[in-house]
Design a binder for this molecule. Structure first.
Ligand code: FBP
Length: 568
């Protein structure tokens, strides 16, 4: 019999009682893959759906081989694969921010490629692909990472592969490791990278003139990679929003217990408000700001603050000097006057990069402030230093403003305090700020994310064995058993301004004002503001009756008649 100390030491290195137990959780597979104990690869055939965007002609010119091969036609699984493909060498990489379920994509890939093919892991994301840092993934690795959170098995980064030198490095890696295919697990920017790579590696990589296949897998907690009914959600969104909802539920419970605080909570999710909307639907707080609504109503910062302050004052008059406000991470970019100023800032920073980078931090605001047009300059000058500093911080490698670093929640508190005082000086307003972000990205995947990602891995592997390139794997029909399908990446591209230049990118899917999830929120929010109707959804469950829940917004938007997903 071992001592307690010995038992505790055995729980080190990812062997906690919980981690050991979730590794044993059975995962359902779509009927197309056969049995869950030994899933089989499927083949694919064309559907009658052709994707197009407003920039399709430009895409055809820039991605001629991908478009000619796929015709931008969506593929669907067409029965078990008849040919037993052997000898393929496939590399998988994580790109961008972590999201729960990434490890199960690797597990699904490994299982469907089987012993006849070789799966390599790329260390530390696209940067590792450039350096050729690959290692072979074993069955033992897969048994160990199954159903575990995080991207730590491989690591990730945000390198954008765009220069001729980088493309040459990728080719070198493909040749050195004799690769046949690369799987990019990433969000909108990373799948844009996958589309570009697919075109660049289409032919002429190997000695016989053949190319290297590239397949994308839709990941991001932000939920902003969606393609209507072809991709109702990216993986990682469910786990992250359930973790945030648990925490917000706990905070709500505290507010109505201690009766004296407001909590302003900024939620990760980049530009789109999918995360904030989902957490609001789960927890029913007094106020939830939705960036897309603010943009569509052209609501100014002053009017948002007035709206918030009115709720604070009205709740106080009803005896509730407490409440919770949810704000999406990207809010600031959607406030019309801020958006105009940020667009000008982005161009100025791109054009004066060398001079700007050489300045001390203290000198930077004045340097840029003087170059802004008069309206933008006066708005810029009115902002507190903690916002200005972050607006001037370096953009990420894809040209995105790093919204996770901007303390919008503090700005809202500071401005609301002022406005509440103007509306009614008797109203007490004590507020705390929170940012829920990184803690939601790497938790153990919910059963939905675990099953979804495993099936995405099976789909990506099947696409490779079927000889496809330039597609993103997807599972449709999430409440009716699930169907493996493939979306042509070139069919998703549009022109956007990044780093001061026009580039082809996959457009971020934002919250739609007429979506069922938004409509439901709009119909309920005034009751949530006027009373204490909040709900505390509690921790996500891995065993028991609530394990099969879909995100509420996904269930509403896909017209499901229940909250439960069904795969298999
Ligand atoms: P992805 O699009 O890469 O999935 O980003 C997810 C995300 O968590 C965003 O919500 C957030 O704004 C960003 O990453 C933070 O980036 P970083 O990890 O570089 O701080």
């Amino acid at each position: 019999m071992s001592t307690l100390v010995e038992q505790l030491i055995q729980t080190e290195a990812h062997q906690s009682i919980f981690e050991s137990a979730v590794r044993q959780l059975p995962l359902p597979v779509c009927a197309a893959f056969g049995s869950s104990s030994s899933p089989q690869a499927v083949s694919f055939s064309n559907t009658d759906r052709i994707l197009s965007t407003k920039d399709s002609e430009g895409v055809r010119a820039q991605f001629p081989q991908s478009v000619a091969a796929s015709g931008n036609v969506v593929l669907t699984s067409a029965g078990p694969s008849s040919a037993a493909v052997q000898g393929k060498r496939v590399a998988v990489l994580f790109s961008g921010g972590p999201a729960a379920g990434g490890h199960n994509v690797v597990c699904g890939l490994k299982r469907v490629l089987g012993a006849g093919n070789t799966l390599f892991g790329v260390k530390a994301g696209p940067k590792g692909l450039l350096k050729g840092s690959l290692f072979e993934i074993t069955d033992a690795n897969v048994d160990f990472i199954l159903n575990t959170g995080g991207f730590d098995f491989l690591g990730s980064d945000r390198t954008k592969i765009k220069s001729d030198k980088q493309f040459a490095q990728v080719r070198e890696t493909c040749i050195k490791h004799n690769l046949d295919a690369i799987v990019v697990v990433g969000g909108d920017d990373s799948n844009t990278n996958a589309a570009v790579l697919a075109e660049s590696l289409f032919t002429g990589v190997k000695a016989d003139g053949s190319g290297v296949q590239v397949i994308g897998v839709p990941k991001t907690i932000d939920g902003d990679l969606q393609v209507g009914d072809l991709l109702s959600i990216s993986f990682g969104f469910d786990t992250a929003t359930r973790i945030y909802s648990e925490m917000v539920g706990n905070i709500l419970q505290d507010t109505s217990s201690s009766l004296k605080y407001w909590h302003f909570v900024k939620l990760m999710g980049r530009s789109a408000s999918h995360v904030a909307l989902e957490v609001a639907l789960q927890t029913k707080p007094a106020i939830a700001l939705i960036s897309e609504e603010i943009a569509s109503k052209q609501e100014s910062l002053a009017s948002i603050i007035d709206r918030v302050a009115q709720v604070i004052v009205e709740r106080s008059h009803q005896g509730m000097n407490y409440g919770v406000l949810l704000a999406p991470e990207g809010l600031i970019e959607f406030i019309p006057e801020m958006n105009a100023m940020i667009a000008e800032l982005n161009d100025l920073l791109a054009h004066h990069l060398t001079k700007f980078s050489a300045l001390t931090d203290d000198a930077k605001p004045a340097f840029i402030g003087h170059k802004l047009s008069p309206d933008n300059a006066s708005l810029f000058a009115s902002l507190p230093h903690y916002i200005v500093n972050m607006l001037l911080a370096e953009r990420d490698s894809h040209g995105n403003l790093q919204v996770s670093l901007i303390p919008t929640e503090q700005l809202l508190i500071d401005m609301a305090k002022q406005r509440v005082k103007e509306l009614d000086p008797q109203v007490p307003f004590a507020a705390h700020s929170h940012f829920l972000g990184y803690e939601g990205r790497c938790g153990a995947p919910t059963l939905f994310d675990a099953a979804y990602t495993y099936n995405l891995g099976l789909t990506a592997g099947s696409l490779i064995l079927d000889g496809r390139t330039g597609y993103m794997a997807t599972i449709t029909g999430l409440t009716s058993g699930g169907t493996p399908q493939a979306i042509p990446l070139a069919g998703l591209l549009n022109i956007e301004r990044r780093h001061g230049k026009d580039e082809f990118v996959i457009e971020k899917a934002l919250v739609k004002m007429d979506s069922p999830a938004m409509q439901y929120f709009v119909a309920r929010r005034s009751d949530w503001a006027a009373g204490d109707l909040f709900a505390s959804p509690g921790p996500r469950q891995f065993w028991g009756p609530t394990t099969h829940q879909l995100p509420i917004s996904v269930a509403l938007n896909s017209g499901a008649d229940s909250l439960m997903f069904s795969i298999g």
